[in-house]
Every structure is written in structure tokens, then in C-alpha cells.
Write a protein that binds this ligand. Structure first.
Ligand SMILES: *[C@@H]1O[C@H](CO)[C@@H](O)[C@H](O)[C@H]1NC(C)=O
Ligand SMILES: *[C@@H]1O[C@H](CO)[C@@H](O)[C@H](O)[C@H]1NC(C)=O
Ligand SMILES: CC(=O)N[C@H]1CO[C@H](CO)[C@@H](O)[C@@H]1O
Length: 385
């Protein structure tokens, strides 16, 4: 009975999901058996919280009603992806408690970069660079394969993918924004163009490595408009004088920072095209998250959100940056950086990360392929050539 229900869920779910899309491509949806994700805090579902310090409320308050290692009040885009494909939420690879990896694993970690950085965890860095994440995936695959063949009984098999699932999995990526942030911090002291090319080359090398390990479907998010993160905006940085002409755009986003992200995205797209030509047995879809996020920021009021510079959780004024969930004495007064009353009206959760409402808005538009190249919905992403 349980088996039948599971079997039916498997057959029906992907169909229902794709039928509900506005337009159905004539081809059959891909029969993905697992989801593996790589990235930074945009898609970390518990890695940094398990490895170092657990997160505190109000993180997680909206959907999970407790902090669950996600940098938002609720679900992230990767959670909407998992739900859309009929998978449970992804467990972080290094989390050892209450996890299941039957349908994939998440290697993403907050603060992670594509290239190695010199910052320790205490300075806001992450040891889980993209290179380490792909190496963790390699271990995950080798070790589950080894135990799978030994395990006669089902208990192991219920919790891990079968060796043949890896080739029929979708591999998703959302990384690079912290590399761009690091380059922004060093602007003027190094050749940003060369640095960005180097970051993209590193990205390409790791994708090649995953292909060597058997990955075949790649769903690659580009970098969001980093200059639109409220903490980057002059309004939250005690700039008394109005910024010089051209410093910000009509939405208050910092132009030179968004330009860095645009340059990264252009080079990333060229890299994807190059890899596509190299791997004729693989499918690589490039997803323009920059445009999806920028559209939301630009249409904030029309879409029922407050001004995109507003931060739901945190205290950022008069030169003070007190991040969400923290307490401090400011001018002799104790300030607690708590949540706004209605996070569903805000785009920015904590000045750096998006609210669940914003993540849902973005996911709803991105999953059907309207920001993809080629324009495939994620359910059909195995067939890009
Ligand atoms: C890390 O530090 C070393 C030595 O100071 C330096 O050569 C290197 O460029 C730094 N790397 C990055 C990514 O900043
Ligand atoms: C994708 O969904 C959005 C939001 O529902 C819709 O506006 C858009 O037209 C859809 N695009 C495609 C290609 O189906
Ligand atoms: C790759 C591909 O053919 N995608 C198509 C799926 O269907 C939509 C809507 O008809 C098209 O716009 C895409 O080009």
C-alpha cells in the first residue's frame, strides 16, 4: 500500500506540476530522480547553522516557525524548486540530525565563494568554497555507492539515492555573488575585469568536474542585482549628502555594483555556451536571476510590496548596522533588531537576503522558463542542447 502510494505520487506529481504550467511544451517532462544543489546563503538549507552557530529567531518564523538554517523568514528559491519538482526539502549535506538524502543533498553554504577567500568564519567567510562543495559531492556519491551495494536491507537504501539516480538528477547552482562582493570591496586595488574572468573560469572547472562525476542536467542561476541589496544603498549608510549623479539608478540601486554583477553574468553566460558545446551529452540551462529579481524590485509597489529599499528585520540607520535578531546599545538605548509586522509585504528580509514572499514571487516566474536560456521550464530542463 505504502509502496503503491509512493509509486503513484512519483508518476502523477511531475505530470500535475507540468500540466499546471501556463504553456506545456510538447515534450515529456524530465523524470528527475534527485536534486543536488551548490551555492551560498541564497540556497543554504542548514549547512552553516549545522557546522558553526545555529541561527536565531526571527529567522524561519513565517514558514517553519523556528530557525532552520535558512537566511530568510521562510522558504528559499531552492525550496520552491524542490516542491515544484515533487521532492522533499533538501537536507544540508553536513547536517547529521533528522536528515534524509533519498532525493538529493544540498552542498550550499552561506558566505561561500567560487574562489578561495582569505577570510575566516569569524570574519564572515566560509570554508565551503565551490571547490569544496563539489568535492563533498564526490564523497557523497562514492560513499553512498559503496554502502548501497553492501546494504542488504532497506534501511540504508531508504535514506540515500541509488547509484543510477545520479545521472538522472538535476544539478542546480546559485553561487558567485560573494565573489562579486569581495571584488567590490577591493575595487580600485585590482583589475576587476581580470578577477571576474578568473572567477568564471573557476566556475567552469568545477562544472567540468561534476560532469566527469556523472552530472548531466545543469540549472545555473546567474548573480542577482547586488547593488540593490538595501545594505548597499546610500539611504542605509548615513550618507548625509545626496549621492553624486549616476551613483544610483531610479530604484536606489548602486550602479557600479550592479555593473559588476552584469559583467560576471555576461561572462558566465559565455562559459555556459562554451560548456554546452563541449558536453554534447549534457543539458545546461542558464537562468537570468538578475532580471527576475530586478523586475520585482522595479515593480515592487505594483506587485503589492513596500519600497525595495525597506528592510523587514534589522536596524540600519545613522551609520549603525545592527543585523536581524541582534541586540545592542545604541546611543545609550538598547535596540533589538526584530522583524517587521508583515514580512509578506517586504522584498528584503534582513537587508541582504530576500523574504519568503519575494522568493515565491521570483520562483513562480522563473520555474516556467521565462528567464531561462534556452527558454525551458525546469521540469523540461534536461533537454537543452
Ligand atoms: C589571499 O592572501 C594572499 C596572501 O596575502 C594573496 O596573495 C591572495 O591574493 C589573497 N587571495 C584573495 C582571493 O584575496
Ligand atoms: C511564467 O509565469 C509568469 C507568472 O505566472 C507569467 O507571467 C509568464 O507569462 C509565464 N511564462 C511562460 C513562458 O509560461
Ligand atoms: C525549448 C523550447 O522549445 N521551449 C519552448 C516551450 O514552450 C514555450 C511556450 O510555447 C516556448 O516559448 C519555448 O520556446
Amino acid at each position: 500500500m505504502g509502496f503503491l502510494v509512493q509509486l503513484l505520487a512519483f508518476i502523477l506529481l511531475p505530470l500535475l506540476v507540468s500540466m499546471s504550467a501556463e504553456e506545456i511544451n510538447s515534450s515529456q517532462p524530465c523524470d528527475f530522480l534527485a536534486l543536488f544543489n551548490f551555492g551560498d546563503s541564497n540556497s543554504d538549507t542548514g549547512c552553516m547553522a549545522a557546522a558553526f552557530y545555529p541561527e536565531i529567531l526571527p529567522y524561519g518564523q513565517t514558514f517553519f516557525h523556528e530557525p532552520v538554517g535558512r537566511a530568510s523568514d521562510g522558504r528559499l528559491i531552492i525550496d520552491f524548486i524542490a516542491q515544484h519538482l515533487g521532492f522533499p526539502f533538501l537536507s544540508a549535506y553536513i547536517n547529521s540530525i533528522g536528515t534524509s538524502y533519498r532525493h538529493g543533498a544540498n552542498f550550499a553554504a552561506g558566505s561561500s565563494t567560487i574562489r578561495r577567500q582569505n577570510r575566516t568564519v569569524f570574519e564572515g567567510g566560509s570554508p565551503f568554497t565551490f571547490e569544496i562543495q563539489t568535492e563533498q559531492f564526490n564523497q557523497f556519491k562514492q560513499r553512498t555507492g559503496k554502502f548501497f551495494n553492501k546494504a542488504r536491507k532497506n534501511s540504508f537504501r531508504r535514506h540515500f539515492p541509488r547509484p543510477e539516480d545520479f545521472a538522472k538528477a538535476i544539478y542546480t547552482f546559485d553561487i558567485g555573488q560573494n565573489d562579486i562582493a569581495a571584488a567590490i570591496n577591493r575595487v580600485g586595488t585590482e583589475d576587476s575585469h581580470a578577477v571576474i574572468s578568473d572567477i568564471v573560469d573557476y566556475f567552469g572547472k568545477q562544472v567540468q568536474y561534476l560532469h566527469e562525476l556523472g552530472a548531466r542536467t545543469f540549472w545555473i542561476h546567474n548573480s542577482g542585482p547586488i547593488g540593490c541589496l538595501p545594505v548597499a544603498m546610500p539611504v542605509h549608510n548615513a550618507m548625509n549628502q545626496t549621492p553624486e549623479a549616476g551613483y544610483v539608478d531610479e530604484n536606489g540601486c548602486v550602479n557600479y555594483q550592479n555593473d559588476m554583477a552584469r559583467e560576471f553574468n555576461k561572462k558566465l553566460k559565455n562559459m555556459v555556451v562554451k560548456l554546452r558545446a563541449q558536453f554534447l551529452d549534457a543539458s545546461l540551462v542558464y537562468v537570468d536571476m538578475f532580471s527576475a529579481k530586478y523586475e520585482l524590485i522595479n515593480d515592487a509597489n505594483k506587485e503589492g510590496f513596500v519600497d525595495p529599499s525597506e528592510i523587514c528585520c534589522g536596524y540600519h540607520k545613522d551609520g549603525y548596522h545592527l543585523y536581524c535578531g541582534n541586540k545592542a546599545m545604541i546611543n545609550g538605548k538598547e535596540i533589538f533588531a526584530g522583524s517587521c509586522d508583515d514580512p509578506s509585504k517586504f522584498i528584503s528580509w534582513d537587508g541582504v537576503h530576500y523574504t519568503e514572499a519575494a522568493n515565491r514571487w521570483i520562483a513562480n516566474r522563473m520555474l516556467n522558463g521565462s528567464f531561462s536560456d534556452p527558454p525551458l521550464p525546469i521540469t523540461h530542463s534536461c533537454s537543452a542542447q
